[in-house]
Design a binder for this molecule. Structure first.
Ligand SMILES: [Zn+2]
Length: 122
């Protein structure tokens, strides 16, 4: 009964591959913004398509990818010229990321990195 799943199979593998390609293409276009003026718009389009694919198939994007994209205009926030990041600690310490394209603000709780999560230096 049921589906015969092999150990290495991944449901929606094609969708994950497509989203990976779109993420990499978006990052590349963001890095080319200074030379090619249309690259930023193309980067936004790639991010928008990636989020649409994830939403339609109910797939979760990784936290780092999700936080690197503006929720309002789909601009990649990874580089410093697209966003400003500041840490505020009035009530609870949190990180405020402001998109310089549309002005949207996102707040995340700042958590300390656990010592077990850090890479071991040699
Ligand atoms: Zn934005």
């Amino acid at each position: 009964m049921g589906k015969n799943k092999s150990k290495g199979s991944l449901p929606h593998r094609e969708a994950y591959l497509r989203m990976n390609f779109l993420h990499q293409a978006s990052n590349f276009m963001t890095s080319e913004c200074s030379q090619v003026p249309e690259a930023r718009e193309l980067s936004r389009h790639y991010n928008s398509v990636m989020k649409t694919v994830a939403r339609r198939l109910v797939l979760r994007l990784d936290c780092s990818i999700k936080r690197g994209i503006c929720k309002a205009c789909h601009t990649s926030l990874a580089t410093g010229d697209c966003s400003s990041v500041r840490v505020q600690g009035k009530r609870r310490t949190h990180v405020v990321v402001t998109c310089k394209t549309c002005g949207a603000i996102r707040r995340y709780r700042a958590t300390l990195e656990k010592a077990s999560d850090r890479p071991v230096s040699t």
